[in-house]
Design a protein around this ligand. Structure first.
Ligand SMILES: C[S@@+](CC[C@H](N)C(=O)[O-])C[C@H]1O[C@@H](n2cnc3c(N)ncnc32)[C@H](O)[C@@H]1O
Length: 394
């Protein structure tokens, strides 16, 4: 199972497929609890007649009851209702992907903006193998559009694994045009020998969305779950999921599909640090508060002979100058700016070599991310732990 991230939230019904109308079900989920939402709503294709190929064979187009709305106004009301629910359950760091075609995506885009969502990108899914325009009266419709949005303009700290995406893309920035085939072959679920669902999405599409905008252990919600593509990929990528789908057959198919997936067995300790996790900020005063340095300790500037004294207010003093670790390093190096953590070096009593202050920052980051247990704190106090025993200056 995915590593569990700390959730200070009411219990979520994780890894569950609800048979329900999402407009109702979303109201029952806790507020601000979901990291990522993927929504593939009805397209409102408004197909009036059956479609046939030139050889008169029948085209299995989207003509399902769930795709029928009486008017654009009716579709817009429906859209506003589910988007209201989605907005309530989204975390402030969460984001929403909505996929659609020219039939619905422009209406959805306008409604998103009217509701205050903030569009971050639109992604074009270019289908390698689209269905031809059989009548030969229009361009072959070879793409769908995905809108990626945050809750509002204010919500800028959205999860986006930029570096990881780039690293897995030949070190090139991931672009907004995605060439992926439609769902075919063994991946396409069958029911009584027929396509089980007219609009089953390819797993590759969800793979990219989920990798881009969530972390292992995050919760991904899909309010129009269909055959459960989102849940299947979430499980493969060690995320938790919640699916909502109205139709009994799709719910059953989705549950079976997901149950059959064995999630990858990667021990948590083998997981790399996420490349894009912002580093926790450590103020220099923390080094002193945790007793890793004390007032009067001496720090050396790189390999030079310049030494500075740690002052009791958290500044450094050197050659009549007194400033922060960064500004003093910059002044001594005659630069406009410098990273004091890297330039200043300390030496423990029992260690031969000087080490950069950054080593202490790394130690403190670990403490900040995972606070020490009471017993470790007591042990440290008992040992009178003190790392820098350079001779003090008077
Ligand atoms: C475009 S399909 C989603 C297909 C899905 N992404 C997949 O890969 O299988 C839309 C789905 O939404 C479901 N649906 C329509 N209205 C709904 C509602 N109000 N609540 C929940 N599900 C609904 C339909 O039954 C249909 O399965």
């Amino acid at each position: 199972m995915p590593p569990k991230r700390k959730r200070d939230l009411p219990e979520l019904p994780l890894n569950t497929v609800f048979q329900a109308d999402c407009r109702q079900k979303l109201l029952e989920l806790p507020e601000k609890s979901i990291d990522l939402i993927f929504a593939d709503p009805p397209y409102n294709l408004q197909l009036k007649k059956e479609l046939y190929r030139p050889n008169l064979s029948h085209v299995d187009a989207v003509n399902d009851e769930w795709d029928k709305f009486s008017s654009f106004g009716d579709y817009d009301c429906f859209t506003k209702a589910w988007l209201t629910g989605v907005r309530r359950v989204m975390k402030d760091t969460g984001s929403l992907f909505v996929i659609g075609s020219y039939h619905n995506i422009f209406r959805i885009g306008a409604i998103l903006q009217d509701m205050g969502f903030w569009i971050l990108n639109d992604i074009v899914w270019l289908k390698n193998n689209p269905m031809p325009n059989f009548k030969g009266t229009r361009f072959c419709n070879a793409h769908e559009t995905m809108i990626w949005a945050s809750k509002s303009e204010k919500h800028t700290k959205v999860t986006f694994n930029y570096k990881a995406l780039k690293a897995a893309n030949e070190d090139l920035q991931m672009r907004s045009d995605w060439y992926l085939p439609i769902c075919t072959g063994d991946e396409r679920l069958k029911h009584n020998g027929e396509k089980a669902h007219t609009t089953q999405k390819p797993e590759a599409l969800l793979h990219r969305v989920i990798r881009a905008c969530s972390h292992p252990g995050d919760v991904v919600l899909d309010p129009f779950f269909g055959t459960g593509t989102t849940g299947a990929v979430a499980k493969k990528l060690r995320r938790d999921f919640i699916g909502i789908e109205r139709e009994t057959l799709y719910v059953e198919l989705a549950r079976k599909r997901i149950d059959e997936i064995v999630p990858p067995l990667i021990p948590d300790e083998m997981l790399p640090f996420p490349l894009d996790t912002p580093k926790v900020k450590i103020p220099f005063s923390m080094v002193m508060e945790y007793g890793l340095l004390q007032p009067g300790d001496l720090l050396r500037l790189g390999k030079s002979a310049t030494m500075a004294t740690v002052m009791d207010d958290g500044t450094l003093s050197c050659n009549g100058m007194r400033d922060s670790i960064h500004k003093l390093a910059a002044r001594c190096l005659e630069k406009t700016s410098a990273n004091g953590w890297e330039h200043w070096h300390y030496k423990k009593a029992n260690m031969g070599e000087y080490q950069s202050l950054d080593a202490l920052r790394v130690e403190l980051r670990k403490i900040k991310e995972e606070p020490l247990s009471d017993s470790t704190m007591l042990e440290r106090e008992a040992e009178g732990e003190r790392t820098c025993t350079e001779q003090k200056v008077g």
